[in-house]
Write a protein that binds this ligand. Sequence first.
Ligand code: XMP
Length: 518
Amino acid sequence: MMTQENNEKILILDFGSQYAQLIARRVRENNVFSEIVSHKTPAEQIKKINPKGIILSGGPASVYVKDAPQCDREIVQLGIPILGICYGMQLGCQMLGATVKPTPTREYGRTACSALERDNTLFKSIDKDIPVWMSHGDQVVELPGEFESLALTKNCPYAAVKHKKRPFYGVQFHPEVTHTLQGSQIIRNFLYEICGCTGTWAMHSYLEQAVRDIRSQVGDQRVVCGLSGGVDSAVAAALIYKAIGNHLSCIFVDNGLLRNYEAEEVVKTFKENFIVDLHAIDARDRFLQKLNGVTDPEKKRKIIGHEFIDVFKEEAGKISQIKFLAQGTLYPDVIESIPAHGGPTVTIKSHHNVGGLPAQLGFELVEPLRFLFKDEVRKIGEELGLPAELVWRHPFPGPGLSIRIIGEVTQPRLEVLRNADKIVIEEIRKAGLYRSIAQCFAVLLPLSTVGVMGDERSYENVIAIRAVETTDFMTADWCRIPHETLGAISNRIINEVKGVNRVVYDISTKPPSTIEWE
Ligand code: XMP
């Protein structure tokens, strides 16, 4: 478990907001560490954590209904600065005597907001009129005299407020979303001007702290880490290696479902950068045999998951005295499982990062990335000197290419898909688009369509190109890739990849489609 006690910290009490993660990110971008906790966290516990400030998130409920999520009322007595956002503002104001009601003129989306001319630390260095992002059907309608309005919109007289005696501030809009143009500055004002933060949070200090924590958790015991070829497991391994050197053993399973030269690159990277005990297992035939004749996507996933565990267990059994298993669990996986309305305890989802290793393996977990977002993991990767190629690699699913071949997975089909995928990535890189796209890849549709090549009729397969923009992979839009780049991809695939005579571009959003085709 990471300890960040020495650093200044902001606690975010989550009331079920879809934006809680965004709030955490905005705070961290301003060099202050932030952590999302349940809205039920007792004031006594918050006092012990001793944060510099508290942010009450938004949420889907109405504060005046029975069973609306509450927080410990004592938090307003702690003297710790509080910023309430949307639901958080309404709840804070209600706790301090204001009335909240449904409004006949709800505000959704971009709204013009005007700051009022008064001593207004929260709006320091902010233009008088700014566009803000609203999303509310309730609002504060009566504000007791101890409050002061700081900003208003056409339909909301209390778009931002402060309490005159207690360090409580509230904003009805969402400063954490980019549509609120100067929202990050408002959050910065709260952190620096109101909470007195100095901005000590930076990746290198996190890295040093992580190294200390790993050493104190692991001592001189052995850690095993499964490398998948992806960013998270690579950074986790590199970080643990920095902490404990050759007490780390890595297992890399080549399941035959990886991209072009991926297996070779992973092994090369780790052999070149670390003197690590690396076990690279060629299990390609095993996986392919098990997948023989299987067409159902979920069956494929299960087979690959089970096979991975078996291979991993066999190999780990050969390494003596392993006590810990390292996993590249990220912060979104941890906080997704904090229930806003749920039971009294915070349940942490067991994360299956590398193909799905179950807790029954009997190891203790080391999860040095469990407080980090993906872009922060990439920064740590760069600090640790991992190659940019690996650090910026798009995410790749555990079942690999098997879920990008519709239907049965065979060696010849894998070959076709690998060659097509290589071209997609090469052309996307050449066009300078790789880093701005969240994920892009080829999918093999093994249905035959008619074409003409030279004077010959052809009857061959289709390749679909998928490229998406997303930050959280829960929703995604298709990328508006320039036609020239799509043209170059299509041309090269049809000319260079035998067995393909048609290329199509997937223009579906998620939802209702998913990113992967299976
Ligand atoms: P979907 O297709 O659900 O994908 O929109 C969202 C993200 O999850 C990845 N994905 C998987 N990752 N095992 C994994 O490790 C899986 O079975 C799996 N299915 C989808 C997908 O690549 C995308 O990043």
